[in-house]
Ligand binder design. Structure first.
Ligand SMILES: [Zn+2]
Ligand SMILES: [Zn+2]
Length: 137
């Protein structure tokens, strides 16, 4: 089980499983959308995730459709068109407590990393210039 919501709690979701993996994406779109040096995505099987009210969708690039709360603007999700079976949920929206949330295991799109952000030296996460190879499911 996992659950979460946007900053204003208008949009919430629940999932029948914990996230399978967490990935820090440093691409320009994620950085701008998050307003932060990177966006952490928590991946779920799309079929296991239930929105209580659907968020607003936006096709951010040819590669992905993102969603956000129409009331408070919180980033909520991202689905890569090449892999619609999994959904990335903005990890900062996850409730904590009874859910087992793994540590981020990959940094991706480091070719677009903010120059002013220094990666932690001792995290065990793998590093990739572009997409990287990891199992979302
Ligand atoms: Zn909201
Ligand atoms: Zn990204």
């Amino acid at each position: 089980m996992a659950s979460g919501s946007c900053a204003c709690h208008f949009i919430s979701y629940s999932a029948s499983t914990p996230p399978t993996c967490l990935v820090n994406c440093h691409c320009k779109t994620c950085r701008r959308q998050a307003g932060a040096p990177y966006q952490t995505w928590a991946f779920f099987a799309t079929k296991d995730l239930q929105w209580h009210i659907n968020p607003t969708e936006r096709q951010s690039t040819n590669a992905a459709t993102r969603s956000f709360c129409p009331q408070c603007g919180s980033t909520l999700s991202m689905i890569q068109h090449r892999d619609p079976k999994s959904i990335g949920i903005a990890a900062g929206t996850l409730d904590e407590g009874n859910t087992q949330i793994p540590m981020p295991s990959h940094h991706i799109f480091l070719s677009e990393k903010a120059s002013w952000f220094k990666l932690p030296e001792n995290d065990a996460a793998k590093r990739w210039d572009k997409w990287g190879k990891y199992d979302k499911l």
